[in-house]
Design a protein around this ligand. Structure first.
Ligand SMILES: N[C@@H](CCC(=O)N[C@@H](CS)C(=O)NCC(=O)O)C(=O)O
Length: 268
């Protein structure tokens, strides 16, 4: 089956001078497509979601021009114990990367259409950097630093009945600190984690350079991922060296604004 580009499918013709031209538009082809349900988190911390991975998937659904409905999911009901997952009319897929693979295959879309192998590889490496390394640095400063935990993650449990609320908070905090130990970053000092985060965001800033998006004038798959992690790191709710690291690169700050205006204008 012919794979279709997002340039042809989900965006109006690209004009790098005009951001309006990059807005996703509904596709004729997709009018009959029944909405996909995306299970993620409700907006929090000044962001469309406190979880960068469901933000990523939501951006990719928009890039693909697919109809979707976002609803709040529960991690204890999620197929892999994490959000996001989707239900595409009975087909349930968990994990943002596997969701992308599934959607690209099922709807014959290539989010990296038009890129050379070298650009695809750079995009993939950037995605792994932000998801498998910088994400954890962000998580550390949100969950391990008491003041940030109280301002942020603690509130994710506010809706629970009072008698179980605090126990649920502490249980999830202990779980996340355990993940950080397992992943390894949580074994370092805050200063060491900050130095790793600074190097990573420096690298991402170099990859972006003067371009509007990671690989050029229009977003590719990894832009959804990089944007979601950058936006999460920049959340005004938290003070952290990771936020400072991102904020020190003006191209990343402008990129965040550009992506937010296109995909989540209510949060721009
Ligand atoms: N590799 C997964 C990561 C998803 C993930 O880490 N989700 C977090 C929220 S950002 C989660 O659900 N954490 C709950 C937990 O692990 O207990 C993906 O790409 O979807």
């Amino acid at each position: 089956m012919q794979r279709k580009s997002i340039g042809e499918q989900a965006f109006m013709p690209v004009n790098s001078q005009n951001e309006e031209m990059l807005k996703p538009v509904p596709q004729e082809l997709r009018k009959d497509q029944r909405a996909i349900t995306l299970y993620g988190f409700n907006p929090a911390f000044g962001l469309p979601s406190p979880g960068p991975f469901d933000m990523k998937t939501e951006v990719q659904l928009q890039m693909m021009g697919l109809n979707y409905l976002k609803t709040s999911g529960r991690i204890d009901g999620a197929p892999k114990g994490k959000l996001p997952y989707i239900d595409d009319n009975g087909t349930v897929v968990a994990d943002s990367t596997l969701i992308r693979f599934y959607l690209e295959e099922k709807y014959s879309i290539d989010l990296d259409h038009g890129l050379s192998d070298s650009q695809r590889a750079t995009a993939w490496a950037a995605e792994r950097l932000v998801e498998d390394n910088l994400y954890w640095a962000m998580v550390y400063f949100r969950w391990a630093v008491d003041a940030n935990f109280e301002k942020g993650p603690a509130h994710l449990f506010d809706h629970l009945p009072q008698e179980i609320r605090d126990a649920a908070r502490q249980k999830q905090r202990a779980a996340v600190l355990g993940y950080l130990q397992g992943q390894g970053l949580g074994r370092h000092t805050p200063k060491e984690i900050a130095s790793i985060g600074q190097r990573g965001y420096w690298a991402l800033s170099q990859i972006l350079g003067e371009k509007r998006f990671l690989t050029g004038g229009r977003p590719c798959g990894a832009d959804a991922s990089a944007f979601a992690q950058i936006a999460s790191a920049l959340s005004v709710t938290f003070e952290s060296p990771i936020r400072d690291a991102v904020a020190s690169h003006s191209n990343l700050v402008h990129y965040n604004k550009r992506m937010m205006e296109i995909f989540f204008p209510d949060f721009a």
